[in-house]
Design a protein around this ligand. Structure first.
Ligand code: 77R
Ligand code: MG
Length: 214
């Protein structure tokens, strides 16, 4: 029984990053993924776009769908103002176990609620579980065929308010055609595409930013 890629990524963080220093955790993961083993983190190029959108929104409550190893969780949480909360949902327990330790190494555990389970079941429980009224910011980075049903579920559960921002990863690669079709043609959203590249590669990918109009 050997180690998994997420476990090797965590070991690289523990070896090369400084505890309590989120930027060093981000740098350690990017170095590992660029020079040792590719992994499906949003990465540094799309990560800079993520940073700029998070800084612009300055969310009090944020939701991340798809934690994986916690790379984008750390990118988002390090920019959050005091007193704000990031809830991140992960289906895969092995990923969640690694992410918990990566988030802890960055010293951001007090800003993050990591919840294990299927997003389709957890989203309707957000108000009861965490007393969330609505999300100012949502980062979609989980199963690509769940982006559309989960966006509709957020609407139906009144978890979006006028001005809420959805930012979706991988809208080109692997691609989320049904989501793009819906969100770009819906009168209830104002969308913009940020052209970039698949993490650590020259392959085209991008982020779709959509503002809910209420
Ligand atoms: O599948 C992805 N993410 C979801 C992982 C599982 C989520 C589980 N979960 C969490 C919560 N609810 C469910 C993903 C894939 C790729 C990719 C691109 C090219 C390639 F050749 C191979 C892979 C790049 C990404 O940036 C990605 O995000
Ligand atoms: Mg992704």
């Amino acid at each position: 029984t050997g180690s998994t890629r997420p476990q090797r990524l965590l070991r690289a963080v523990q070896k090369n990053a400084t505890q309590g220093d989120p930027q060093s955790v981000i740098n350690a993961i990017d170095h590992f993924c660029r020079h040792k083993e590719w992994a499906m983190n949003v990465g540094d190029e799309k990560g800079s776009i993520l940073d700029s959108v998070v800084s612009e929104v300055n969310p009090s409550t944020a939701l991340e769908l798809g934690t994986y190893c916690g790379y984008s969780t750390v990118r988002i949480a390090r920019l959050l103002p005091p007193g704000s909360q990031l809830i991140t949902l992960e289906f895969n327990p092995a990923y969640a176990a690694v992410a918990k330790q990566v988030i802890g190494w960055a010293g951001l555990q007090d800003k993050v609620q990591l919840v294990e389970g299927p997003s389709g079941d957890l989203i309707p429980q957000m108000k009861d579980l965490f007393g969330v009224q609505s999300f100012d910011f949502v980062f979609l980075d989980h199963w690509k065929d769940r982006y559309l049903p989960d966006a509709k579920l957020l609407e139906e559960c009144s978890l979006l308010r006028k001005g809420s921002v959805l930012l979706a990863d991988n809208v080109i690669c692997p691609g989320t055609p049904e989501y793009l079709e819906y969100i770009r043609n819906s009168p209830r959203y104002e969308s913009r595409y940020f052209k970039s590249h698949l993490e650590y590669t020259k392959v085209e990918d991008g982020l779709e930013k959509s503002v809910f109009l209420g």
